[in-house]
Design a protein around this ligand. Structure first.
Ligand SMILES: [Zn+2]
Length: 205
């Protein structure tokens, strides 16, 4: 396989790219503890998109883990494989906690956070490039985000555990559009209170 694209995504910024089936995307957490929010759409039909519900239900049915990791197959709302996790140095990738938004920030952290940049805004900016919008925002993946379930059932965002240079690799199982928000959150520890750049390398034929 040869390198098709190799970019650094600045802290807080959005990114998107098409992957052809068989191509591999490596997302590198350059400085550690950086949450990377991601959405996936079928390149052939954007109405087919990532489904956290189908992905987790299938993982549970096959005895899989709550966290995404090597071997996890990310399914669409049509139940079809979109990408498979084929490499991972971290072990904690969440798909339950959703993306941060200005609205949720005000509820969680106070009204003064209303105008802080958030993943939902990154996604909307990137979706607009493809003629998509709010109705196309669905539950996402949070790579490198550590969201354990407490014994009382609560989800909590804990300190990230990814190391500098840690990465996750995704192999496309269909032609897909990948949307990414390099999470700008500074009100909880998902980015170590310090958003940092990531690197994205696409390889294939
Ligand atoms: Zn975020």
């Amino acid at each position: 396989m040869s390198v098709i694209s190799d970019v650094v995504v600045p802290a807080r910024a959005p990114y998107s790219a098409f992957l052809k089936a068989g191509q591999v995307m490596r997302i590198i957490d350059l400085e550690s503890q950086q949450a990377v929010d991601a959405l996936f759409y079928s390149a052939a039909d954007f109405s087919e998109r990532y489904s956290a519900q189908d992905t987790l239900a299938a993982a549970a049915a096959s005895g899989g883990k709550y966290y995404l990791g090597v071997g996890s197959v990310l399914l669409s709302n049509e139940g079809r494989p979109m990408v498979t996790v084929v490499g991972d140095t971290c072990g904690f990738h969440d798909t339950n906690a959703g993306a941060c938004s200005c609205e949720s920030n005000t509820v969680r952290f106070g009204h003064e956070t209303r105008f802080m940049h958030a993943c939902r805004e990154n996604f909307l900016v990137e979706l607009g490039k493809y003629g998509l919008g709010k109705r196309d925002l669905v539950s996402n993946v949070n790579f490198f985000m550590n969201v354990p379930i407490r014994p009382n059932g609560e989800l909590t965002v804990d300190d990230g555990v990814s190391e500098p240079g840690g990465y996750v690799e995704l192999r496309a199982e269909m032609d897909v559009l990948v949307l990414i928000s390099n999470c700008p959150q500074v009100n909880n520890p998902c980015n170590g209170f310090n958003p940092t750049p990531i690197q994205i390398i696409i390889s294939g034929k």
